[in-house]
Design a protein around this ligand. Structure first.
Ligand SMILES: Nc1nc2c(c(=O)[nH]1)N[C@H]1C(S)=C(S)[C@@H](COP(=O)(O)O)O[C@H]1N2
Ligand SMILES: [Mo]
Length: 196
């Protein structure tokens, strides 16, 4: 327990109640990308869902909007230890892409323009993952994954695949790009599931 004297005037760390262990508060919005930033026009954008039996569905930009976007207000946590609180987004819930899809999958592999991949647990992400296309009231910038990225804020931010263009449903878990390179298969920031 710390003891604070009333006359203490030294610099003190700002009190931040809601950060996962080992995280610090970031006010800016760092860009973390391996490789070049793809520039994809909304008119060319497409997202394809493939089930574990090989059925496919695709959405273009307008079809994605027709699924019904919503506002999201959430904290985000990067494994490199920055957290950003109260970020606001607009995006389509992952659930909407799965409406009427017959599947027994437990996991999703997200794929991106540029080739990045990351694996995500399906059940726990329903209601907690979005295909996001606006950040802070503006079109999502290319550096941050525009025109559209995955937003999975209950897991470390490497799971929030930028420039997402495919969702592959899987019965068994399988590692994506960073997961093959030592990052956790799950990545819960509150349990500090950073690496394995
Ligand atoms: N396609 C793609 N998505 C990606 C990455 C990437 O390199 N390529 N980096 C991941 C990592 S490690 C993080 S921390 C976040 C960073 O998102 P930001 O650049 O918008 O902060 O994107 C994730 N999504
Ligand atoms: Mo990251």
């Amino acid at each position: 327990m710390g003891i604070f004297s009333p006359g203490f005037t030294g610099r003190r760390r700002e009190h931040v109640p809601d950060l996962p262990p080992g995280q610090y508060l970031e006010r800016g919005f760092p860009v973390l990308t391996t490789g070049p930033t793809p520039h994809i026009d909304r008119r060319d954008w497409q997202l394809t869902l493939t089930t574990e039996t090989g059925e496919r569905r695709s959405w273009n930009w307008q079809q994605m909007l027709d699924l019904g976007p919503e506002e999201i207000s959430t904290d985000i946590h990067c494994v490199t230890a920055w957290s950003k609180l109260g970020t606001t987004w607009r995006g389509v819930p992952l659930d909407r892409f799965l409406d009427g899809v017959e599947t027994h999958a437990q996991y999703v592999m997200a794929g991106c323009y540029g080739g990045y991949t990351t694996n995500i647990p399906l059940q726990e992400s329903l209601g907690r993952a979005w295909v996001a296309f606006e950040y802070d009231g503006r079109d999502l910038e290319p550096e941050h994954g525009g025109p559209a990225r995955l937003l999975v804020p209950h897991l470390y931010f490497w799971k929030s695949a930028k420039w997402v263009n495919s969702l592959r449903l899987m019965r068994e878990d399988s590692p994506g790009f960073w997961e093959q390179n030592g990052y956790s298969m799950h990545g819960d920031p509150w349990r500090e599931e950073r690496y394995w």
